[in-house]
Write a protein that binds this ligand. Structure first.
Ligand SMILES: *Cc1c(COP(=O)(O)O)cnc(C)c1O
Length: 401
């Protein structure tokens, strides 16, 4: 019989009772170093006292009022995001997919109202992940995710990443814009070449296209800058973000320049929950932490420390791993044995991780991870690698016998 909770996930048989910083405690007393952070989302770790009290205090005052009224918490959050980024204006929503939908709507509307309604196609990239709504499935373009869900939403073209010739060949009179993850998460922590992003910007300027960036996963401090595109020196026209933005409270945002945002006039787009006082109170606390002097430098330092630990694993276990990827605290360990074996061994050693495409173990810990936690991560992952080796040796012996 089907479980009451719809089985759309292959869940680990683990439930957590509480958390503290980067650690999660299971009901049976075991504790785990959380290097997955709820898929790059619990950016301030677990039970962060400022986040907890801000949410509790806001919940006790007013949780939700709709966007029919002013929301001072949202105004403040938007002003702070604008001050800290390329953007002139921000729209708040509830998830990454919803932010991407809004981003595509903005790009199409800006073209239509700019006199080019025929420009409504978006160029996307192989290996992209943009979410699970019908349009974002088409933008993602992964046949496995599209299977059985009916006609694919029109308007999305796909080309290989880091290949400017392919992009130029794909631009037509119907192209409205380009949508790219500066660091692809889902498909294996693939970093876009900074020069490629610069060339995309130049092509957009040359052909009158809008450059949209999906920073749902790589944004909000994940790479050691507030937004990952900052490493390349180019700015998008519009950007989506979500995951870590409110430290685990569901929220998304679209940041845009005035040239794009001014086309979303009253009534043209909306959301019931988006940017409500509770979500914005949480996100303001996350921004307090991210924008504090030196915090993003810490993210870079911890990222470098964890990257060194992974490089040591690659050197010590060439039979299991063939490379480390990523930037800041968005790291991938490419496995040459099935990544599920490595993830499982890590769980046995008390480390939680996420898998990604291309047989990559994805490590996206809370941004507040400490130096001691990173050192512990390195030790435990080494034990996990030894465990995988022992397991493989035992299976090999069995198959000989
Ligand atoms: C997770 C993710 C999404 C989808 O976000 P949801 O909140 O699950 O809808 C979109 N784009 C990227 C890059 C993501 O990592």
């Amino acid at each position: 019989m089907i479980p009451a909770l719809m089985p759309t996930y292959n869940r680990a048989d683990l439930a957590f009772e509480r958390g503290e910083g980067c650690w999660l405690y299971a009901a049976d007393g075991r504790r785990f170093l959380d290097l997955g952070a709820g898929i790059a989302t619990s950016s301030l770790g677990h039970n962060n006292p400022h986040l907890v009290s801000a949410i509790a205090e806001q919940a006790a005052r007013v949780m939700h009022v709709s966007n029919l009224y002013r929301v001072p918490q949202a105004e403040r959050l938007a002003e702070r995001l604008v001050a800290a980024s390329f953007a002139d204006s921000v729209f708040f929503c509830n998830s990454g997919a919803e932010a991407n939908e809004g981003m595509v709507k903005m790009i199409r509307r800006a073209q239509a109202h700019g006199g080019h309604p025929e420009r409504n196609r978006i160029i996307c990239f192989d290996g992209a992940f943009h979410g699970r709504t019908l349009a974002m499935l088409a933008a993602t373009g992964n046949p496995k995710y599209l299977d059985g869900f009916g006609p694919e939403v029109a308007g999305f073209d796909h080309v290989p990443m880091n290949n400017m010739n392919a992009v130029r060949a794909a631009i037509t009179a119907e192209t409205a814009g380009i949508m790219i993850e500066p660091v692809q998460g889902e498909s294996g922590i693939n970093v876009a070449d900074p020069r490629f992003l610069q060339e995309l910007r130049a092509a957009c300027d040359e052909f009158g296209l809008y450059l949209g960036m999906d920073e749902v996963q790589c944004g909000m401090g994940r790479t050691g800058r507030l937004f990952a595109h900052e490493w390349s020196g180019v700015t998008p026209d519009v950007l989506s973000t979500a995951k870590g933005i409110a430290g685990g409270f569901p929220m998304g945002a679209i940041l845009a320049t005035e040239a794009v945002a001014r086309h979303l006039t009253p009534g043209s787009h909306g959301t019931t929950f988006g940017g409500n006082p509770l979500a914005c109170a949480a996100a303001n606390v996350v921004l307090d932490v991210l924008l504090a002097p030196g915090f993003l430098d810490q993210v870079q330092a911890r990222g470098a420390q964890l990257a060194r630990a992974l490089d040591e694993l690659v050197a010590e276990f060439p039979d299991l791993f063939d490379g480390r990827r990523g930037i800041g605290l968005m790291l991938g360990l490419r496995c040459t044995v099935p990544v599920a074996l490595v993830q499982d061994a890590a769980m046995h050693e008390g480390v939680l991780s996420v898998t990604a495409g291309d047989n990559v173990l994805r490590l996206v810990p809370p941004l507040v991870i400490t130096e001691a936690d990173c050192a512990e991560a390195g030790r435990r992952l080494r034990h996990a690698a030894l465990r995988v080796r022992a397991h493989l040796a035992a299976t090999a012996r069995e198959s000989v016998a």
